[in-house]
Ligand binder design. Structure first.
Ligand SMILES: NC(=O)c1ccc[n+]([C@@H]2O[C@H](COP(=O)([O-])OP(=O)(O)OC[C@H]3O[C@@H](n4cnc5c(N)ncnc54)[C@H](O)[C@@H]3O)[C@@H](O)[C@H]2O)c1
Length: 453
C-alpha cells in the first residue's frame, strides 16, 4: 500500500471547455537508450519477476503488479520473515520462494526482472547487483540515497544494458501525459515559474508508523538491515520509521518532493538537475528524535526558471503543481487539471491615466476605446479547460510501463538518468538544509558545491 493511497479514489470522465492551444513548447529530454534483452522475450511471453522488499510500498507494488496481465511473481526477498508470509498471502502461492537473501533471486535464470522496494539506503546495492546479474529493475523512488550512488546506478544500468525504471508513478499517469501535451502545445507559452505544494498534518503522514508487533531479532536480520550505518541495538522504530533519520532515508524531499519534481520534469519535458537549491525549515512539529526536518520549503533554479516548493508535515495542504507562463496557468492536482488561459493584453485604458489632467485623460480614454474595443457582438469569450481523471498516484500504469519496456525494449521515460536527476534535486534540498546555505550543482565534478562554478 503506497503512502498516498489513503487519498486514492477513482473519478472518471473529462470535461473540456474553451481554451485554444498554439504550437510552441520545447523539450529537453535526453535521448533514451534502448537496452537489448539478455534472453528473448516475445511480446506475448509471460514475464517472471522477483520482488525485494515487501513492506508498506512493496506490498502495494506486488498487489498492483499482479493485477496486470502477462506477469508472474516467482520469488520474494525480505529481511523480516513476517513479510515472507505476506508475499505468500498476496500472491496466493504458499510455495512461493521466499528468502532473506535477495541474491538468491538474482541467481535464478528464470527471473526476468526485479522490483525493488527496500528503504532508500539499500536502493543502490540491490539495483547494481541486479543489473550485474542481468535483471531489469523497477526501483522505488528516490532512486539514490546519495549523489555518488546515483551515478553508480546509472553506470550499472547502462553498462549492463538493463531497463531501469524508477518508481515515481505520476510520470506514467494520464493526467501528467495530458498536462505535458498541453504544455508542449503552448498552452501557457514558455514556463516562467513553477510552484509545487504538498503538506500533511497527522502522525501517519509524519511517518510515525506502528512497527509490526511481533518484530524481533529472531524474525528480522537486524544487523543486515543496518547495512553500513552505525551499529545500534535492535530498534523496531528505526525499522518502521526509517524515513525520520538521515542515515536511512532522504527526508520529506526524497519521500514526497521527489514525486512532484518527477511529475514536473515530465510535464515540462525537462531532464536535468537544478542549478541551485536554497532550503529553509526545521523540526517544528514531530520532535520524536528524528534528525530530518518536518518542514522544508525549497527554492530551486532550473536553468533560470524559479521552482518554489512548499513542503511540510505540520499543516495539511493540497498536493499540487502549478505551472505559470505568459499565456496562462496550468494547475495540476491529484485528480485533475485546471487550465486558465491569459491573453496578456490590456482590457481597459491604463489606470496611469489618473495622473493626466481631465482633458488629456478624456482624449486618451476615447482613443483607447476606438483602437481596442471589439465591434458590438464580437466581444471575446474567455474559456477554461478542466480535466478530471484517475489519481495520478496510481501505481498500475507505471508498473505497466515498466513491464512493457522489459518486454519490448521500448524506451521508458523515468529511466536511471531521469531518476538520478530527480534524486539529485532532493539531495540538493537536503544539503542546503544541513549546510544552512544555498547550494549549487557542478556538472563537471558531479557534486553539490557551496558556490556556482
Ligand atoms: N512510490 C511511492 O509512492 C512510494 C510510497 C512509499 C514508499 N516508497 C519507497 O519504497 C521504498 C520502501 O518503502 P517502505 O515504506 O515500503 O519501507 P518498509 O520499511 O515498509 O519496507 C521495506 C522492506 O524492505 C526490507 N528490506 C530492507 N533491506 C532489505 C534487504 N537488503 N533485502 C531484502 N529486504 C530488505 C525490510 O525488511 C522491509 O520489509 C522506499 O524507497 C520508499 O521511498 C515509494
Amino acid at each position: 500500500m503506497d503512502e498516498f493511497s489513503r487519498r486514492r479514489f477513482l473519478q472518471a470522465g473529462a470535461i473540456a471547455a474553451g481554451g485554444l492551444l498554439t504550437p510552441s513548447g520545447k523539450a529537453m529530454m535526453l535521448e533514451p537508450r534502448i537496452p537489448p534483452m539478455t534472453k528473448a522475450v516475445g511480446p506475448n511471453d509471460r514475464l517472471r519477476f522477483g520482488i525485494v522488499g515487501v513492506g508498506m510500498e512493496g506490498s502495494g507494488v506486488l498487489s498492483n503488479a499482479l493485477t496486470l496481465s502477462g506477469v508472474e511473481c516467482v520469488g520474494a526477498a525480505d529481511l523480516y520473515d513476517g513479510r515472507h508470509t505476506l508475499a505468500k498471502e498476496i500472491t496466493g502461492n504458499p510455495n512461493l520462494e521466499t528468502t532473506r537473501d535477495y541474491r538468491r533471486l538474482l541467481d535464478r535464470k528464470d527471473i526476468d526482472c526485479i522490483l525493488v522496494a527496500v528503504p532508500d539506503f539499500w536502493h543502490e546495492q540491490v539495483l547494481v547487483d541486479a543489473c550485474q546479474a542481468g535483471k531489469d529493475v523497477y526501483c522505488e523512488k528516490p532512486m539514490s540515497h546519495t549523489v555518488a550512488e546515483g551515478f553508480e546506478m546509472v553506470k550499472a544500468a547502462h553498462s549492463n544494458n538493463r531497463v531501469v525504471q524508477v518508481g515515481a508513478q505520476r510520470v506514467s499517469s494520464a493526467l501528467c501525459a495530458k498536462a505535458h501535451e498541453m504544455y508542449d502545445g503552448g498552452a501557457i507559452g514558455d514556463v516562467t515559474m513553477v510552484e509545487l505544494t504538498l503538506g500533511r498534518n497527522d502522525p501517519t503522514g509524519a511517518w510515525e508508523y506502528p512497527p509490526p508487533p511481533d518484530l524481533s531479532p529472531a524474525n528480522l536480520a537486524w544487523d543486515t538491515w543496518l547495512k553500513d550505518t552505525p551499529k545500534i541495538p535492535f530498534n523496531p522504530d528505526r525499522f518502521a520509521r526509517w524515513r525520520c533519520w538521515r542515515a536511512y532515508g532522504t527526508g520529506v524531499a526524497g519521500d514526497l518532493m521527489v514525486h512532484l519534481i518527477s511529475a514536473m520534469m515530465f510535464t515540462l519535458g525537462w531532464n536535468e538537475p537544478p542549478r541551485s537549491a536554497l532550503s529553509l525549515g526545521g523540526i517544528y512539529r514531530w520532535k520524536d528524535g528524528r534528525d530530518m526536518p518536518d518542514l522544508q520549503p525549497v527554492l530551486f533554479d532550473y536553468h533560470g526558471i524559479p521552482v518554489y516548493i512548499r513542503l511540510g508535515l505540520s499543516t495539511e495542504t493540497l498536493e499540487r503543481a502549478t505551472y505559470m507562463g505568459p499565456k496562462g496557468i496550468l494547475d495540476t492536482t491529484e485528480f485533475g487539471i485546471h487550465y486558465t488561459p491569459q491573453a496578456g493584453v490590456d482590457t481597459a485604458p491604463c489606470y496611469y491615466d489618473s495622473s493626466y489632467p481631465a482633458k488629456m485623460r478624456a482624449e486618451y480614454v476615447s482613443e483607447w476605446h476606438e483602437k481596442h474595443d471589439p465591434p458590438p457582438g464580437k466581444e471575446p469569450l474567455t474559456g477554461q479547460t478542466i480535466y478530471a481523471g484517475d489519481d495520478w498516484d496510481d501505481l498500475r500504469p507505471h508498473l505497466w510501463t515498466f513491464f512493457d519496456a522489459v518486454r519490448t525494449r521500448k524506451p521508458n521515460v523515468e529511466d536511471a538518468v531521469f531518476g538520478n536527476h530527480a534524486a539529485i534535486a532532493c539531495h540538493m534540498a537536503n544539503q542546503s538544509y544541513f549546510r544552512k546555505r544555498q547550494v549549487f550543482w557542478d556538472a563537471g565534478s558531479q557534486t553539490i558545491t557551496d558556490a556556482p562554478q
